[in-house]
Design a protein around this ligand. Structure first.
Ligand code: UD1
Length: 420
């Protein structure tokens, strides 16, 4: 296992280009299971998670080539309907092969993904939606066995205790596109990544309306064909780079950004007093003056994203004043709190809240990455801190940030990788 060493205290400066969105590409790759024709996906980030999904698709009988950000996915002869535990357990998004496998082959055996460090993460909404389409589902030996003679459109309410579910919406939408008749998903997730999947399915011949709103309507079709699609930019990477500029008091020009996907974050940062110049597909963030503390509450899109909570907490940890962070999607997603405190932050956890008292400086320390976004928050803290920070278990960061060291180095950061 590698660790990332950061010599902090350098103002980042320069230009950086955001990669394609991890959370968009994974379900889109799964959607190619719905056709035997070739699909071409462009702007694909070279990440640990993308490579895991390539292995899953290959294990399910797909031919996959990945070259310079372009995936070419074709069907081989022997289609397999079993998604194995070894692969699914390493990445929760792989559970979204269930919908397309069932839609296309009318049967699927998919390992349950299990929990992870940020919480229990059940799949009840996925199963509720897929059952409503007429599938028979049972669980045995850690696997979901799903089968249906025929899937039939249905009216499905998909809201859960914590609101809508991104991957459940994806899974049900993918199962419904080849079902007979009309499906309505109520309380659907509105995240841009769900919209990107719907756009891809439409290019494949699916009939979908209302994506991007809480009510998605799908008219089943008999077959889907191949399609070519370019993945949307990663809004979490863009947001992390914006915070990298602010936390290091730097000056970064960030390209390949869809500003409309960053509304909640930009609004909060403007409330905190940050100055940003917004252009069509880019944003220029230059630190000009100390920020004010602002409270944040994570919510489903278009609310403040849970995937930016940890990084925003790092910024607030050196912003004068008190910030209250409320986590409404994953009430246990606070593993970074203790690590930030090791670097000198003053943060107290109170159930689904964290109370952050801004300190003047952070100081470098050995810390441990617990999940993808927590690792990003520690990297941001390390960039701002005085002295050396070493982040263990850096493979978490590789799951979601393409060529991150290279990008940070190009902005002047002193980062290097070491074997643990
Ligand atoms: C996706 C994102 C992840 C992000 C999350 C919330 C991908 C690959 N991952 O994960 O980065 O943090 O959305 O924006 O796109 N829930 C249930 N029952 C279910 C499913 C979910 O109760 O069947 C709960 C979850 O535990 C959580 C909430 O619903 O509290 C939202 O989770 P969900 O939107 O499903 O997250 P994912 O789609 O897994």
């Amino acid at each position: 296992m590698d660790k990332l060493i950061i010599e902090g205290g350098i103002k980042l400066k320069g230009e950086v280009t955001v990669s394609g969105a991890k959370n968009a590409v994974l379900p889109i790759m799964a959607a190619t299971l719905l056709t035997d024709c070739a699909c071409i996906i462009k702007g694909v980030p070279d990440l640990r998670d993308t490579n895991t999904m390539i292995r899953i698709l290959r294990s399910l009988g797909k031919g996959v080539e990945f070259d310079k950000g372009v995936l070419t996915i074709t069907a081989l002869k022997n289609t397999n309907c079993v998604a194995d535990y070894k692969l699914v357990s390493t990445m929760r998004a792989s559970f979204c092969v269930l919908g397309p496998l069932l839609g296309k082959l009318k049967k699927a055996k998919v390992s349950l993904p299990g929990g992870c460090i940020i919480g229990v993460r059940p799949v009840d909404l996925h199963l509720k939606g897929i059952r409503a389409l007429g599938a028979d589902i049972h669980i045995d030996s850690g696997y979901i066995f799903a089968k249906a003679d025929k899937l039939k459109g249905a009216h499905i309410y998909l809201g859960g205790v914590y609101g809508s579910s991104v991957l459940a919406t994806d899974n049900v939408m993918m199962a419904a596109v080849l079902a007979s008749g009309r499906t309505v998903i109520e309380a659907a997730a509105c995240e841009p990544e769900v919209v990107d999947l719907a756009e891809f399915l439409i290019k494949m011949g699916a009939k979908i309306k209302g994506h991007g709103t809480p009510i998605i309507e799908i008219e089943g079709v008999k077959h889907l064909h191949g399609a070519t699609h370019t993945i949307i930019p990663d809004r979490v990477e863009a947001g992390t780079m914006i915070l990298a500029a602010l936390i290091t008091k730097g000056d970064i020009f960030i390209k390949n950004v869809l500003l409309k996907h960053l509304g909640a974050l930009i609004d909060k940062l403007e409330e905190a007093g940050a100055s940003m110049r917004k252009e069509d597909n880019s944003i220029h963030v230059k630190y000009r003056k100390p920020l004010n503390a602002v409270n944040i509450t994570t919510l489903p899109y278009p609310g403040f994203p849970t995937d930016m909570q940890a990084q925003m907490m790092s910024l607030m940890s050196i912003t004068p004043g008190i910030t209250i962070v409320t986590e409404k999607i994953y009430p246990d997603r606070f593993m970074h709190v203790a690590e930030l405190n090791r670097m000198g932050a003053h943060i107290q956890r109170e159930g689904p809240h964290a109370i952050v008292e801004g300190v003047r400086n952070l100081s470098g320390a050995p810390v441990m990455a617990s999940d993808l976004r927590a690792s990003a928050s520690l990297a941001l803290a390390g960039l701002a801190a005085s002295g050396k920070t070493s982040i263990s278990r850096i493979y978490h960061l590789e799951r979601g940030y393409e060529r991150i060291e290279e990008k940070l180095e190009s902005l002047g950061a002193r980062v290097r990788r070491e074997k643990e």
